[in-house]
Design a protein around this ligand. Structure first.
Ligand code: XMP
Length: 512
């Protein structure tokens, strides 16, 4: 296994993901408890993550010294490089030579780290994000690559198997970065690729059993892939200790509620309570138009409904959710400072104290495409696993401004036509997510001989790997024209259709 010591970087999980993709088991532990984790896990390799601190500050985080004296190969990334250099007798300087974003790396020496893709004398794009830099190497180290602002961009002590890089190999903006991590794990540390989704499933099942014991678990189903995979996995772990609750908040797409109920009752035979809470939600949302207020209102009512349902089944000790890793970091902050909330994802943020329920979140470390792979491993029907993501707050965040039943109806019909055309054109699987947005704007049109004054409908479709960045999908114009004509002809209340050509960033995928 690989121990990843976390110094607080926003992208530490991506290191774990790259290691997983290489078929190797890893665990992330914060630097504070890394010494215990190292002793317990007995890893064959250690990776030190990046982080926001500066090693030049007193009291800044360090790796346990035992890691360096154990003989285990170590790879330091960014802050990890700096603390490694400092701890082994080198020198780090603060400030002056900041490098953020794309940089070019010149390869100086061959190294097993670069084997197969980077050779001496060549230059390659990498992703940098650092203020401090190493200025003197510890004994035994040599430079294997440089960049304009980082003379020690990659360094190695080949005898001791210590490697350290100033750039971030774990992000996709460093092409070949994944191969670098793979070389470290496989060629340098000698680990085999035997960690598969089947193995992940077994380990998660053990973890769920250990966490839950004989407790009762209630799991919220949203209709999406994530909560379905979480529920099926938990059911496999603890059987009838699990009850699923599907809360229909009246903000689902056309036919969605029935599909979910059928999948769980017929296909899996998992106990499912279907609560029609649409009155409660729609009343609470009446006259609410601020996006964050919508999200918080929906989140609060979800908790209320769960609490009621938990009481009905005689109390539950745990609440299970299909929270994914991107949900966790986007709610904490991805692009901003330590507490910038981009959107309050309704399924993140813990529970009110009064609930006395603990969270079971078996997918918290995974990215969407990994959850799909796990779903396939659990035999979920392809039609379900391959579904586009659907946000917890549902259609509420696709109706900017006030939500009414009439608007919801219009949106449901238009959305169904759009998706129908996408499926017919064979484009569904090429798109990460496609949906319609009903705008609070009316425009003038002409139909037959009459004037119309109706809503504008926005169409959105994006491609993405994990939902964290996205590009708008390039439909051909004839396709968009066909969808617009069908929607305007078939859906009363819409007389104009527009297509959203914003990528993420700077836009988000949803409009609210
Ligand atoms: P944004 O709009 O933030 O969305 O670019 C990224 C992905 O997350 C989905 N999304 C949510 N999923 N609860 C969820 O379960 C939420 O509150 C939520 N908000 C956005 C969105 O559909 C996209 O796939």
């Amino acid at each position: 296994s690989v121990l990843i010591i976390d110094f607080g970087s926003q992208v530490t999980q991506l290191i774990a993901r790259r290691v997983r993709e290489g078929g190797v088991y890893s665990e992330i532990h914060p630097y504070q408890s890394a010494a215990e984790a190292f002793a317990k896990l007995k890893p064959k390799a250690v990776i030190l993550s990046g982080g926001p601190a500066s090693v030049t500050e007193a009291g800044s985080p360090r790796a346990p010294d035992g890691v360096f004296s154990s003989g285990v190969p170590v790879l330091g990334i960014c802050y990890g490089q700096q603390t490694m250099a400092e701890q082994l007798g080198g020198k780090v300087e603060a400030g002056h030579h900041r490098e953020f974003g794309r940089a070019f790396l010149s390869i100086d020496k061959p190294s097993p780290l670069f084997d197969g893709f980077w050779s001496p004398g060549t230059r390659h794009q990498v992703w940098m994000s650092h203020g401090d830099r190493v200025t003197r190497l510890p004994d035994g180290f040599q430079v294997i690559a440089t960049s304009e602002n980082a003379p020690f961009a990659a360094v190695a002590d080949e005898d001791r198997h210590f490697y350290a890089v100033q750039f971030h190999p774990e992000v996709v903006h460093t092409p070949n970065g994944a191969k670098l991590i793979s070389n470290f794990v496989h060629k340098i540390a000698g680990l085999k690729s035997d960690w598969t989704m089947a193995a992940y499933r077994r380990v998660m099942i053990d973890k769920i059993r250990a966490q839950v014991g004989k407790g009762r678990v209630i799991c919220g189903l949203s209709g999406g892939v994530d909560s379905a995979v979480a529920a099926v996995l938990i059911h496999e772990a603890i059987g009838d200790q699990l009850t699923c609750v599907f809360v229909d908040h009246g903000l689902m797409r056309l036919g969605e509620a029935d599909e979910v109920v059928r999948l769980f009752r017929d296909h899996y035979n998992i106990p499912l309570v279907h609560v029609d809470a649409s009155e409660q939600f729609l009343n609470a949302l009446a006259r609410v138009s601020d996006p964050e207020t919508k999200r918080k209102t929906i989140g609060k009512h979800f908790i209320d409904v769960f609490e009621t349902e938990a009481k009905k089944i005689g109390g539950a000790d745990f609440l299970a959710q299909g929270t994914l890793y991107p949900d966790v970091i986007e709610s904490v902050s991805f692009t901003g400072g330590p507490s910038v909330t981009i959107k309050s994802h309704h399924n993140v943020g813990g529970l009110p104290e009064r609930m006395h329920m603990k969270l079971v979140e078996p997918l918290r470390e995974l990215f969407k495409d990994e959850v799909r792979a796990l779903g396939r491993e659990l035999d979920l029907p392809e039609a379900f696993v391959g579904r586009h993501p659907f946000p917890g707050p549902g259609l509420a965040i696709r109706i900017p401004g006030e939500i009414t039943r009439e608007k919801l109806d219009i949106l449901r019909q238009a959305d169904a036509i759009y998706l129908d055309e996408i499926r017919k054109a064979g484009l569904y699987d090429a798109i990460w997510q496609a949906f319609a947005v009903l705008l609070p704007v009316r425009t003038v049109g002409v139909m037959g001989d009459g004037r119309t004054y109706d809503h504008v409908l926005g169409l959105r479709a994006v491609t993405s790997v994990d939902g964290m960045t996205a590009d708008f999908f390039h439909f051909d114009m004839a396709f968009l024209g066909r969808v617009a004509t069908r929607i305007i002809n078939e859906v009363r209340g819409v007389n104009r259709v527009v297509y959203d050509v914003t990528s993420k960033p700077p836009g988000t995928i949803e409009w609210e």
